[in-house]
Design a protein around this ligand. Structure first.
Ligand code: ADP
Ligand code: MG
Ligand code: MG
Length: 877
């Protein structure tokens, strides 16, 4: 079986086999672009490698040797030859892009002999030995596992000794010395010498890349990006080209459009006389690509044309790596560029206008994580006083946190509940856990394409990089700008959109809708069939929801109106009432309050349905805490504090609270069970709804109340309340007005029994709204309040469950109940309206499921609405 594929034989569609990098190198080769020749060792070879215990089989090695022979003849060079040596890079390439997560080795094939050949051939001794020491450094780190700071320290000493500011100021003699130091270092650390045999180098390097698939940072990256562990990585073996051979050489990265703003302008950075990672690692701060136009106009033009060609071919913004060797351009990589949310939307909208993409394709491409970001916050400008420094605006958004200088501290502090900003000279993949734990990232070196910038953009975290005014003193855990000192633990604010670093914790403002987002949402609305409603409990939220595109309210929780300080005493009075008469008094006070809430909400939602859920939670939630009361009573009794009056009051309260106390309140007297025991409570709420409706109708507002009975488990419960609603509606509105008030009565399906008996329940319902929070809780038998903090993470970590079912709907179990209830319910009542109103209503995968089983709507919190609109459209596509 073929486990090695030369670039000229592959293409872009072979991504699963060749990895992203390999497939794109093949595609560029086919398109006639200047790609240094090479071949790809497939992901299948990688999996086979793992299967036989991390070993390259003889068969595979033969295939590699054959491909290498072919490469030798293509290049007219020979691997390991003393006079005309072929050098290669060993590049990992996973199927899903994992930037900076895997390891690359350059200049492989150099040893004490071939380096002489390279020096002679290029008449550039300094260059040849620079390549050799780079190989030893990368090989030592990636293959032999020696931490890179050992090499960096030796390099640093050499530069001091030679008085060299930059790497390229080092002399040939200096590099030779360094190589001897590196050899000693490798021997001392590993007990073995740096391999001189080039095939040995090759074998070890390929093995190391395969193994790097399982290193910790790659595993973490896969976990957060939900990339399957079973994909494996391909390895690309590519002939080297050299950007570090002198002044007419260089290397860089370009984006076909600006990845921060999405603007259609060529964007990127490069370094003259540099190799590979120099630009990405932020070792020197690179030049903007525009400067290349003056420095190497022909190269610039060629690069620009190739970029446009690639963008057209891939129908997307490209991130392209290039190297210039002796005034000749080579392309080393292309991929769909990472971008932030605003850029993603702008690019997609522009591509539609340019006729490259259809609207459906554009909407289909939007990532949920991007929308999350877009709906992010910015800094309240009026508060900004003390701008410490300005760096590059690498990833927009505002972040506030306490300053830390190491990734480990970032993790520790964030575990302790602090919000942190990670400041580093530059970040490397080793810092990834710190980046994840931080609100934002600040670096003092490195450009817009440095590791920190790329990773932060990918995660949607604000990042300011290349902030060269800042001097970080790690030993003292502080950083300085001039004489200003900021210490570990001090609050700072980053503005990733402008690059500002601000002292103190600035107040932030909410996100704003951009034009591109509005356009995209409009397109999404044209596509989707699933409606999007909002969960909104008050007029303010209802207003926001409507602005964000809600087509109705899917859940208005009436009890949320009970918690305000003005109302709570009345609510308590209602609960504590000794008899019905007393309770009715309290209810009479509550009625006008509820009525005015509903009036305002109906006003906001003029013309749209408003689903109002009658009182749901256990009553004790409105009463003082049992233990607090007991403590107070003890104080009153033994310490003789307080008045007799208070003593009586506390005793009374305590009795009542004890009487209402439940061992298992989530399964206790709540939901419609309250209404069964105290029908006057529901009656008051229903009356308030219809009085509000009546008032609105008089003011010309079109009202569509949908009264929802919670926690029904038996059809008989719904039957009773349906009759009650009909009665009260008639009493309040009268025949005339009733015609102008097309109300509905339905239920929340959240007890499994209700779903199972949907046939009976539907007979009394105009709609089913699946309360997927409770339904998940009761279907799994997981107490939501306990599960998430305790055992559920173990289930997810051990992959016993694919997701936390409270975040992503369990389609298999809970979903089956929903599907069943909908199907059976519609048989009884074809007009039955169905939707969900749990947290899941704002989750993409759950929304997809709702679309698939044909629900009419999802209802989610107002700020999730744009996301739900897009997801609903994507579900249709
Ligand atoms: P990553 O996936 O981390 O970007 P790459 O495999 O792209 O790693 O390699 C990192 C860098 O090494 C590239 O950006 C490129 O500059 C350099 N490089 C890789 N292969 C070659 C090559 N054959 N010739 C010259 N430079 C190379
Ligand atoms: Mg790369
Ligand atoms: Mg519920």
């Amino acid at each position: 079986q073929k486990q090695v594929v030369p670039f000229q034989e592959g293409n872009a569609s072979m991504k699963a086999l060749l990895g992203g990098k390999g497939a794109n190198l093949a595609e560029m080769t086919r398109a006639g672009l200047p790609v240094p020749p090479g071949f790809t060792i497939t992901t299948e070879a990688c999996l086979a490698f793992f299967k036989v215990g991390n070993r390259i089989s003889e068969e595979l090695f033969e295939q590699i040797a054959t491909a290498l022979k072919q490469l030798e003849s293509q290049k007219g060079q020979i691997f390991g030859d003393a006079n005309n040596p072929l050098l290669v890079s060993i590049r990992s390439g996973s199927v899903s892009s994992m930037p900076g997560m895997m390891d690359t080795i350059l200049n492989l094939g150099l040893n004490d002999i071939t380096v002489l050949g390279l020096a002679a051939l290029t008449r550039n001794e300094k260059f040849a030995y620079d390549c050799y020491r780079r190989l030893m450094q990368m090989f030592g780190n990636v293959v032999l596992g020696i931490e890179s700071y050992h090499f960096e320290q030796l390099l640093h000493c050499l530069k001091e000794k030679e008085g060299a500011l930059q790497d390229h100021d080092v002399t040939a003699a200096g590099w030779k010395d360094l190589i001897e130091d590196y050899k000693k270092c490798i021997l001392a650390k590993t007990g073995q010498s740096f391999p001189q045999h080039v095939y040995e180098q090759l074998r070890m390097a390929i093995e190391a890349v395969f193994k790097s698939w399982n290193n910790q940072r790659a595993q973490i990256y896969r976990k957060i990006n939900r990339i399957p562990d079973e994909q494996g990585t391909a390895v690309n073996v590519q002939s080297m080209v050299f950007g570090n051979m002198g002044g007419n050489c260089g290397t860089g990265v370009v984006f076909t459009r600006n990845p921060s703003t999405g603007e259609n302008t060529f964007f990127g950075e490069y370094l003259i006389n540099a190799q590979g990672e120099d630009v990405v690692a932020g070792i020197r701060t690179p030049l903007a690509i525009a400067a290349l136009k003056n420095e190497m106009p022909l190269i610039y033009e060629q690069l620009f044309q190739a970029s446009k060609q690639l963008e057209k071919q891939y129908k997307d913004m490209q991130d392209i790596e290039f190297t210039v060797e002796n005034n000749k351009l080579y392309l080393l990589q292309t991929r769909n560029g990472k971008r932030n949310a605003q850029a993603a939307l702008k690019i997609a909208v522009d591509l539609v206008h340019e006729g490259v993409l259809s609207k459906q394709e554009a909407v289909g491409r939007i990532e949920v994580s991007h929308l999350d970001q877009l709906l992010h916050r910015g800094i309240d400008e009026d508060a900004v006083k003390d701008v410490l420094a300005k760096g590059l605006p690498a990833s927009p958004g505002a972040a506030v946190g306490q300053l830390v200088f190491s990734a480990d501290t970032a993790v520790e502090w964030s575990r302790a509940g602090k919000t942190v900003i990670l400041a580093r000279m530059e970040t490397t993949p080793e810092d990834i856990h710190g980046v994840i734990a931080s609100e934002g990232v600040l670096t003092s070196r490195g450009g817009m394409t440095s590791h920190a910038a790329v990773v932060a953009r990918g995660m949607g975290k604000p990042c300011v990089c290349g902030c060269e005014d800042i001097r970080i003193v790690l030993d003292e855990k502080q950083m300085m700008v001039g004489n200003k000192i900021v210490k570990e633990g001090d609050w700072i604010t980053l503005d990733g959109a402008t690059g500002r670093v601000i002292i103190g914790d600035m107040p932030l403002h909410e996100a704003r809708m951009t034009n591109e987002l509005l356009v995209m949402l409009k397109w999404a609305d044209e596509i989707r069939t699933l409606k999007v409603f909002a969960n909104a409990d008050n007029p303010h939220d209802a207003g926001i929801a409507r602005q964000l595109g809600a087509e109705g309210i899917g859940l208005c929780r009436t009890e949320h109106m009970f918690f305000s300080s003005a109302r709570l005493p009345v609510v308590q009075q209602m609960i504590l009432a000794e008899d019905k008469e007393e309770r009715l008094k309290a209810l009479a006070q509550l009625l006008p309050m509820q009525q005015s809430d509903f009036e305002e909400i109906f006003n906001e939602m003029d013309g749209l349905p408003v689903t109002i859920r009658l009182l749901d939670p256990p009553l004790h939630e409105f009463l003082p805490n049992l233990e607090d009361l007991q403590r107070r009573q003890a104080q009153l009794m033994y310490d003789k504090e307080g008045s007799d009056e208070e003593r009586d009051e506390v005793a009374h309260l305590l009795r009542k609270v004890q009487a209402l106390h439940e061992a298992n309140p989530m399964l206790g007297q709540r939901g419609c069970r309250l209404g069964i025991v105290y029908p006057e409570i529901y009656e008051m709420q229903i009356e308030a709804i219809f009085r509000a409706a009546s008032g609105c109708i008089e003011n010309g507002i079109s009202v569509h109340p949908e009264i929802m009975i919670p926690l029904v488990s038996h059809a008989s419960e719904l039957k009773i309340f349906r009759e009650l609603v009909e009665l009260v509606a008639m009493q309040v509105l009268g025949k005339e007005k009733l015609r102008e008030c097309p109300y509905k009565v339905g239920t929340m399906i959240e007890v499994p029994r209700a779903a199972l008996t949907a046939r009976q329940v539907a007979a009394h319902a105009d709609f089913f709204s699946f309360g997927t929070n409770d339904l998940t809780q009761m279907t799994f038998g997981y107490s939501r309040d306990d599960a998430e903090g305790k055992f559920l993470t173990h289930y997810v970590d051990q992959k016993l469950l694919p997701h936390n079912p409270f975040q992503v709907l369990d389609t298999e179990g809970v979903g089956q109940l929903i599907d069943l209830a909908v199907n059976v319910g519609r048989v009884v009542k074809p007009s039955l309206k169905t939707g969900i109103c749990g947290e899941h209503g704002g989750d993409k995968e759950s929304i997809f499921f709702c679309h698939t089983i044909g629900l009419d709507y999802v209802s989610c919190s107002p700020y999730r609405i744009p996301l739900a609109r897009i997801a609903a459209a994507q579900a249709f596509i």
